[in-house]
Design a protein around this ligand. Structure first.
Ligand code: MF3
Ligand code: CO
Ligand code: CO
Length: 262
């Protein structure tokens, strides 16, 4: 979600029935990413991957949340290499050595589940591999901050500490978000934030953590032609992983983490 400058927060606590619905939708979003894995090979176009994802989501009695969202026309966002997020699927052909993010948000019985991950195309450079692995670690480190009565911003605080330790930068122009009953709900989840600030986490909250970590500078620029594709300002690589997270009585449940592989 795009970061807003100022907005009062109203974080919805989900009911057990809503949680069950969001759990099912989140599982389907995760299954969609798993289904795509077999097709990620040099030579495939990002628009072809988008079509495969859309077919899979529809076969499973759901719809892609992005299609028709603020004029967006596709079932997924596909963001290769220097694309930070919101990459519009098109005739770009994936090449040996590329890294690419695919982001899927499903609507199943009215409930939203949101997840994304990186894929590597063929063999990638050691540099690219390390950026991907560190970004995955950043998501895990953020998840470890998810327990009742912890400050929301401790998620971003710990993510940024880890990224900076590896001399990467953290994207601040896009953030995680409440999710479940709508695509983007309160709160905004910053991936770089001040320790012990922000609202306290409570059981029944559901939001995404989706750190975007850049090899170079943090700044992004949105493609002027398609109005969506956000790239790094310096052309360096960017990586992202995203899970939909439920705060429980004792900690968290990652609703999109049904395979435990990121
Ligand atoms: N799924 C993205 C997120 O994690 C949002 C994509 S909105 C779109 O928040 F319109 F660009 F598809
Ligand atoms: Co999201
Ligand atoms: Co997403």
């Amino acid at each position: 979600a795009k970061q807003s400058i100022f907005a009062p927060m109203a974080i919805v606590i989900k009911t057990p029935e809503q949680i069950e619905g969001i759990r099912k939708s989140s599982a389907l979003a995760a299954k969609t990413l798993k289904h795509l894995e077999q097709f990620i090979k040099p030579g495939i176009k990002t628009i072809e991957l988008d079509q495969i994802a859309e077919d899979f989501i529809k076969e499973n009695h759901a719809t892609p949340a992005t299609k028709g969202y603020r004029g967006y026309k596709h079932a997924t966002c596909i963001s290769p290499n220097d694309v930070v997020c919101h990459g519009v699927p098109n005739n770009t052909v994936l090449q040996h050595g590329d890294i690419v993010n695919i982001d899927v948000t499903t609507i199943l019985n009215g409930y939203f589940g949101d997840t994304c991950r990186m894929y590597t195309v063929g063999e990638v450079s050691e540099y690219a591999e390390k950026l991907v692995q560190t970004t995955k670690e950043c998501l895990r480190i953020g998840m470890e901050q998810c327990f009742p009565e912890n400050h929301l911003n401790n998620i971003g605080h710990h993510i940024a500490q880890h990224a900076h330790k590896h001399r990467y930068s953290v994207v601040y122009e896009f953030c995680g978000h409440g999710v479940g009953l709508k695509f983007h709900e309160d709160p905004e989840v910053s991936h770089i934030a001040e320790k012990n600030t922000g609202p306290l986490l409570k059981p029944g909250m559901i939001f995404t953590i989706e750190p975007m970590i850049n090899g170079g500078k943090a700044r992004c620029k949105v493609d002027r032609k398609d109005g969506w594709t956000a790239r790094t300002i310096d052309g360096r690589l960017s990586a992202q992983f995203e899970h939909t997270i439920l705060i429980t009585d004792t900690g968290y449940e990652a609703l999109t983490d049904i395979y435990g592989d990121f």
